[in-house]
Structures are given as structure tokens and as C-alpha cells.
Design a protein around this ligand. Structure first.
Ligand code: FES
Length: 270
């Protein structure tokens, strides 16, 4: 049975914690799926749900999640749709959109347009539209309008008529060596998507307990905003920020920890 931890609404959903002592519990927490509701261009974090099942095969993990309609009532309705973030999923996958297509059918799709990896807009009028260059996909992720030529990446959904839940299965999650507690080092990942004109996500690793700050800077090093400032347990984290209010150009973001780790990367706004 999955457990759900309600998290207070935040305009910019922030961190996913993936470090614990027991390996199985560690993996469950590591792969906890965060559910977002969409309002305008913002995504509000609703809840975090732990996987029911984790299969380790070699260095990859497959995880199954049960989404109960009592927790996500929007999925009771045809055309209801929620966006979820899966720690462990490669950044090239983005978040996953779970949508009820009919009384008996659901889809689970990568949010990233297959043309140039912008996140598609929320499900509307039976379609997903990409604002970057206008590609349109149907509820199953099939291309209706280009320039995209490939369908959105899709995942298995399982629903039996009468059930009050749908299950989604996500394979190919991050390798167990990356999730290994003792093998996590400090590092700052490249934001994704990049270039970006809206929301972008930065993944970072924390090797041991420390205060972590991540700051967005102008190319001249002037602070624009603080994305992260808090104590962290060891683990893999993500922070998502919206840069749509920034002028086009190149920016920097820098991670610093109380243990002395510093790393800076470039981010491009288009
Ligand atoms: S990135 Fe979606 S249409 Fe170009």
C-alpha cells in the first residue's frame, strides 16, 4: 500500500529527498513521486507518493506507483490530468503527465516535446500543445501537428474497470550506483531543458549533511535570486525554477555547501 505525505502548497515546488538508512526504504524514498497541479504556467506541489514496488535489474530500477482517485480526484474525470515528477528519472524525461482519456483508458507521457524538449502545456481540449514551436500531440502522445515528428515518450498504465486507482510503471530509473547512499558525491547538474524560456530543473547531489545554497547569477556574477538555502541530508535533489521573467541571455547558477564544495554552471534563456 502506498503512503502519501501531503506537502504545503508552494508556487515553486522544490526538493525531493532521497537518502535514508535502510536500502529498500531508501530506494522507496528515492523514487517517491511528487504530484503537481497546474495553474496557468505554474505547478503546485500537491503530494508525494511512495512506489508500491521496485524491481532492480542490473543497474536500473523499474517502479510502480498507485494513484488513488480519492487522493487525486481529478483522475476520476475524463480529461483529468496531473503532472508528476519522478526522482531517478533521467532529466531527458522531464516530468510525467498522467491523464484520463476515457472511463477505461489512461496515458502516462513524458512532458518533454520530442522536437526540442520544451515541456508541453497542460492537457486541454484533448491535446498537449508545445508553446516553443507549436507542436501538438493527442492524449496518447501522438503527433497531430509538427514540427515534432515523434510521439511523446509513454509509460505503461494499468486500470481495471471499477478500480478506484490507476497504476503507472516507470522503467529505466537512475542506476542503483547513483542512488547508492555511500556513492553519492557533491555535484551540480546541468539545468534541463536548456536553453529555456520557462521552467527549468536543476538536479544536484549532496554527499553528506551540509547547508546547501544554489544561487542564480547574472553573467557578471550579480545575484538575481536564491533558489535553495537549507540544510540537506545526503541524497539526490532537484529544484525547479521559472525564468520566464528574465531577459534573453546567458546566466550562471552556483551551488555552495558548508563543506566547501562550489560548482557553477551556465543557463541560457531564450
Ligand atoms: S520544442 Fe516543442 S515544438 Fe519545438
Amino acid at each position: 500500500m502506498n503512503s502519501i505525505r501531503q506537502i504545503p502548497d508552494k508556487q515553486h515546488p522544490q526538493h525531493i529527498i532521497v537518502g535514508t538508512r535502510n536500502r529498500r526504504e531508501f530506494l522507496r524514498n528515492a523514487l517517491a513521486l511528487s504530484i503537481f497541479a497546474v495553474g496557468g504556467s505554474t505547478h503546485t506541489l500537491l503530494a508525494t507518493i511512495l512506489p508500491d514496488d521496485i524491481i532492480e535489474k542490473g543497474s536500473t530500477l523499474t517502479s510502480t506507483y498507485t494513484m488513488r482517485f480519492s487522493d487525486f480526484p481529478v483522475l476520476r474525470n475524463v480529461n483529468g490530468s496531473v503532472r508528476v515528477q519522478v526522482p531517478g528519472a533521467p532529466l531527458s524525461l522531464g516530468r510525467i503527465i498522467v491523464t484520463r482519456l476515457s472511463m477505461t483508458e489512461f496515458s502516462a507521457l513524458s512532458e518533454l516535446c520530442t522536437h526540442a524538449s520544451c515541456p508541453v502545456d497542460p492537457f486541454m481540449n484533448g491535446r498537449f500543445t508545445c508553446q516553443c514551436h507549436g507542436s501538438v500531440f493527442d492524449g496518447r502522445g501522438r503527433v497531430l501537428v509538427g514540427p515534432a515528428t515523434r510521439p511523446l515518450l509513454s509509460f505503461t498504465t494499468t486500470y481495471r474497470s471499477g478500480d478506484d486507482f490507476v497504476q503507472i510503471t516507470i522503467p529505466g530509473l537512475v542506476t542503483s550506483s547513483v542512488l547508492g547512499e555511500s556513492q553519492t558525491s557533491f555535484s551540480l547538474g546541468q539545468n534541463f531543458p536548456n536553453p529555456t524560456s520557462g521552467q527549468t530543473t536543476i538536479e544536484y547531489n549532496v554527499e553528506r549533511q551540509s547547508m546547501v545554497t544554489i544561487t542564480l547569477l547574472s553573467i557578471l556574477g550579480k545575484e538575481i535570486s536564491e533558489l535553495v538555502r537549507r540544510e540537506h541530508e545526503p541524497g539526490v535533489y532537484r529544484v525547479t525554477t521559472d525564468v520566464s521573467n528574465l531577459s534573453r541571455g546567458v546566466y550562471l547558477y552556483r551551488m555552495e555547501t558548508s563543506t566547501g564544495f562550489t560548482q557553477t554552471r551556465k543557463l541560457t534563456v531564450i
